[in-house]
Design a protein around this ligand. Structure first.
Ligand code: GTP
Ligand code: MG
Length: 339
């Protein structure tokens, strides 16, 4: 008669296997050395000093300057040079062949604005892989453009949208209205937009990071608006450096993710009067200083005209000439301006 296998007999070999695996994991963990432990001549005291100063990993050291390391007490020039050399040898700093960029450029897609003139200004539309800033005064239409782009992302790219809303201006009924006018089922669009209502700058950064890591098929991320919380929370000169550092971190993250995920990054921004305003040109400039100016790839200034008329001025893009066009914000969304 064949032996009937009992429940215990089935379980025991599994348990033995798991215990064995646990032991292997434990022993390999014990033998895993940290980067600093692998460097001959770095004793426990130096190691602790480096770790306490935030230089415990090869990544942190590879990106550090020699003076940053020698500023730590007890770290000599020679040690700093050795550590940086070793860290850089074991860390991919990101050198790439130019052909890699050519490959990446081929995968870039343009998202239409629904206005031919606007698309032409942008060489075909809003490009994936980088951040475009929409800057302008209250009511010029930044949030309206964002609504249209969200719909177009679902309609033309068939991809998801992340909307980080810092001012409570995302309007589902505006999505419904513009989607209907754009001949796409509003429910289909709404189902693909993930909205994060950010109540302060910390929340804004956390929501952005979570959304960009959780949402599966992102074609567009909108941060509307980028600076409102930062401006109200970090008022005054004393906190300016900290504010700029946080904005830099926030924008760099979005920029990097836009590149990796190959999605369109949109940040809206307020403007402030230039302190040295002249009698010609635009008297306003986007807020956020050089950090924002340098990190965004494309910068557009939006201005309100009569009735539905608007103008968009391209002031920064690495491969397009500056230019200015007219377009319209209508009940149906973004459209060409009809003279
Ligand atoms: P802030 O967020 O305050 O800086 O402004 P914004 O640039 O985001 O402005 P927003 O996109 O909210 O634009 C608001 C303006 O869009 C309104 O003042 C109207 O001129 C226009 N607008 C909004 N909805 C409609 C609509 O249904 N029909 C028409 N014709 N215009 C609209
Ligand atoms: Mg707005």
């Amino acid at each position: 008669m064949a032996k009937v296998q009992t429940k215990e007999e089935e379980i025991i070999p599994e348990q033995v296997k798991m215990e064995k695996e646990k032991k292997i994991k434990k022993s390999s963990k014990a033998s895993e050395k940290t980067f600093l432990e692998t460097i001959a001549g770095i004793g426990p005291t130096t190691r602790k000093r480096l770790e306490d100063a935030g230089y415990g990993s090869k990544e942190a050291i590879a990106l550090a300057t020699r003076s940053q390391l020698t500023d730590i007490s007890g770290i000599a020039e020679k040690t700093a040079s050795l550590l940086i050399r070793e860290a850089r040898a074991r860390f991919d700093l990101g050198l790439k062949k130019a052909t890699t960029y050519e490959e990446a450029a081929k995968t870039r897609v343009k998202l239409t604005s629904s206005s031919k003139a606007f698309d032409d200004l942008l060489g075909g539309g809003f490009e994936t892989g980088s951040i475009t800033e929409l800057a302008g005064e209250n009511g010029c239409g930044k949030t309206q453009i964002a609504h249209q782009l969200a719909i177009n992302c679902v309609k033309y790219l068939d991809l998801d949208v992340i909307w980080i809303d810092t001012e409570g201006t995302f309007r589902f009924n505006r999505i419904v209205q513009i989607a209907k006018a754009s001949e796409i089922d509003p429910e289909k669009v709404l189902a693909r937009i993930t909205v994060g209502r950010a109540y302060n700058s910390e929340h804004q950064m956390a929501l952005t990071e979570e959304a960009l890591t959780m949402v599966p098929n992102v074609g567009l991320i909108i941060v509307d608006s980028l600076m409102s919380h930062f401006r109200s929370e970090f008022a005054g000169r004393a906190t300016l450096a900290e504010r700029q550092q946080l904005i830099g971190k926030h924008l760099s993250f979005i920029s990097k993710q836009a590149e990796i995920l190959n999605c369109v990054g949109i940040v809206t921004n307020q403007v402030a009067a230039k302190p040295d305003a002249m009698f010609f040109g635009d008297p306003n400039k986007p807020v956020g200083g050089n950090v924002v100016g340098h990190t965004v790839t494309t910068r557009l200034m939006i201005r309100k005209g009569k009735a539905t008329k608007r103008t968009a001025t391209l002031t920064k893009n690495p491969e397009l000439p500056d230019g200015k066009i007219e377009f319209a914000i209508t009940s149906e969304g973004v459209r060409d301006h009809i003279k």
